[in-house]
Design a protein around this ligand. Structure first.
Ligand SMILES: Cc1ncc(COP(=O)(O)O)c(C=O)c1O
Length: 358
């Protein structure tokens, strides 16, 4: 069996989510707010009337219409995916196989994984030390006739927004498809959509996992010019969205304003957590336009991560990635979770400082 393995997958590890009961779970950029109960009831009502023996039917079209209205685009510009993760894979299947997938790093890990899985060749280009896109280097590596460039904007895990001029410079300077992942756009709020009129090679990726609070339902989508969307549709599995997710998406998109208070809350809490981190000796937080904050500590990040975990607080350790030495990422949670995190981190740092002095 071992000699049947694909070379590109040899070093890849199957994705493993952190599973466990952590009192304060701030590692996956999820929303701390569940879908409102009465909206859940409405979705369940739709589901009760849905024949489970049939493949999803007209509800796909209904969700597509609602999504088009929400995004201010036409329906033929949309492709629905089983989470944004599936969209990433579809883009590579449609435009990346046997070609380069240029990925500015550090960034969301799924671009590289999906590139390897689909037989694209990942080309990682480090951001500048100030977490800016190295547009010159990106363009130098994207000189072929075709390929894909992924730009996560705002970027995960650094949290910053790349200027749109840089994205336009990239679109001008290459023939590659440029996929701008806007999983966190509405915490900004900001979008590359306006560039789509001018550039047909732009695809914008979105998800209902973050501000809509629906990570468990797996609903993502791509927005592209109709001719590009059609190419992505070609590689989509026939029934990639199930009736349950579609019922929930329908209810969420019929009243998308339910999330506005969540977004406001997260933005305010993000500023409070940022101030809390800035006030700690030996901690440097980075400005964020998302629902998380990256921060650097002067102690070994793994140790800080473990001691936070011992206190029931789970964050993400990114310290092994280029440019991110000493860095951890904390998702903005509910008020009491953020308080618990700040208190735990203060304790851990005091403990480590004492250990250093004794
Ligand atoms: C930048 C980015 N894109 C996509 C995703 C995945 O989105 P989905 O849950 O829709 O698959 C994430 C999840 O953390 C993300 O950070």
């Amino acid at each position: 069996m071992l000699n049947l393995r694909r070379e590109a997958l040899l070093t890849l590890k199957p994705y493993e989510a952190t599973i466990g009961d952590f009192p304060v779970k701030l590692d996956a950029n999820e929303s701390p707010f569940d879908f409102p109960r009465e909206m859940k009831e409405r979705a369940l009502k739709i589901l009760k009337e849905t024949p489970f023996n049939r493949y999803p039917g007209k509800i796909v079209k209904e969700v597509q219409e609602l999504l088009a209205r929400f995004s201010g685009v036409s329906e033929d510009m949309l492709v629905l995916g089983n989470g944004c993760d599936e969209i990433i894979q579809m883009i590579l299947l449609g435009f990346g196989v046997s070609r380069k997938a240029v990925i500015p790093v550090p960034t969301f890990s799924m671009y590289k994984i999906a590139a390897l899985v689909t037989g694209a060749q990942p080309v990682e280009i480090p951001l500048t030390p100030g977490f800016r896109l190295n547009t010159r280097e990106i363009l130098a590596r994207a000189k072929d006739k075709a390929g894909v460039i992924f730009i996560c904007n705002p970027n995960n895990p650094t949290g910053n927004l790349f200027p749109y001029e840089d994205i336009e410079t990239i679109l001008e300077g290459t023939r590659f498809l440029v996929a701008v992942d806007e999983a966190y756009w509405d915490f900004g709020p900001t979008t590359a959509l306006k560039l789509m009129e001018k550039y047909e090679r732009l695809v914008v990726l979105r998800t209902l996992s973050k501000s809509f609070g629906l990570a468990g339902l797996r609903i993502g989508y791509a927005i592209a010019r109709p001719e590009v969307a059609r190419e992505i549709q070609k590689v989509r599995q026939p029934y990639n969205m199930d009736s349950l997710s579609l019922s929930v998406a329908k209810v969420a998109l019929e009243n998308p304003s339910y999330r506005e208070a969540f977004i406001r809350f997260i933005s305010n809490e993000r500023e409070r957590v940022y101030r809390g981190l800035s006030a700690m000796k030996g901690v440097i937080p980075f400005e964020s336009r998302t629902n998380f904050i990256l921060f650097r500590t002067e102690y070994p990040a793994r140790l800080v991560w473990e001691r936070l975990k011992d206190r029931g607080v789970i964050v993400r350790d990114f310290s092994s990635l280029p440019l991110l030495e000493g860095c951890l990422r904390v998702t903005i949670g509910a008020e009491e979770e953020n308080n618990a995190f700040l208190i735990a981190l203060r304790e851990v740092l005091t403990e480590l400082e004492r250990g250093r002095c004794s």
